[in-house]
Design a binder for this molecule. Sequence first.
Ligand SMILES: *Cc1c(COP(=O)(O)O)cnc(C)c1O
Length: 373
Amino acid sequence: MKKIQMVDLKGQYKKIKDQVSIAMNEVLDSAAYINGPEVIKFQEELESFLGVKHVIPCANGTDALQIAMMGLGLKPGDEVITADFTFAATVEVIALLGLTPVLVDVNPDDFNIDVSAIENAITAKTKAIVPVHLFGQCANMDAVMELAEKYNLFVIEDNAQAIGATYASKDGEKKAGTIGHVASTSFFPSKNLGCYGDGGAIFTNDDELAHAIRGIVNHGMYKRYHHDVVGVNSRLDSVQAAVLRVKLRNLTQYNSARQLAADKYDAAFVNCDKITTPVRNDNHVFHQYTLKLDKSVNRDALVEYLNDNDIPCGVYYPIPLHKQKAYADERYNEKDFTVTNNLVKQVISLPMHTELDDEQIEFITTKIIEFIA
Ligand SMILES: *Cc1c(COP(=O)(O)O)cnc(C)c1O
């Protein structure tokens, strides 16, 4: 059996090595290393794949979130609501911009932001909601957009984990990241569409916002050496864009390979009443395949057992954001975070990537069932 990896980037690379080499060499020969034609082509191809008017590439997914918030003109003191159960980047940029993060609980089934908790947290200072499409599945965007309309709020989708996922909205099927006012994504190597370094992008259908954002990513410049607003330097380089163009052509197949692996995991655990397999509301693209274990199962002992058997696994996320030193706040009340407080003890993410084979899945699932029985 091939050694099991949490994410097998090498195996995936081997299959596209020739295309990647040609694409990278073209960039090296062209010497257009920053903002070259490759970046423009990638931007256009991603716009067409997503069905969104504007894709603005930038340096990473964290920058993308920050720039989206800057583009919306959010100001210190404005409150921004996001999920307690996510990667810290989301809350980090809110705090960094001097905005006030307001963390709320998530659903116990799909782990996405709890819409009723959002509504309870809205105040006169609330300006935006950041739903995170966690692990590859869309948050309840119809309900989020309805709240946003009712309270006149912006919606920024953190789409770092769900590129290519679709959402059956009341207005028809849409791609994740094209439903809110603006969205961010990350091309970190292990994401569903990853490059070979850092990368990110912002998406929007709003022409004016897109224009504002294009200046912000480039030092607040709309005309050369005229700096109209305080901006940042956040660019996707041409080599990464060339890699992303090759991988974008395979994204649908990559996501299908993840879904197929998820189907096989699901089938193996179907008779385990101590394991809840991921719920699949829409077209889940499985950035992570995350089990929820019964409270009687010692999750940390399972992690150790799997590691002893050379099976990598992950705990995303082990600490609720409202309990992190940087984001703790006396405003928070533990009774408002019962779901996240439980999930951090019950979740375990299994190896998930495009190269998993049947023998590996069989081995992983057999060991888990053996431990739990
Ligand atoms: C990966 C990730 C980010 C940050 O992306 P980087 O490119 O690493 O900066 C933001 N939000 C979520 C939910 C992520 O998973």
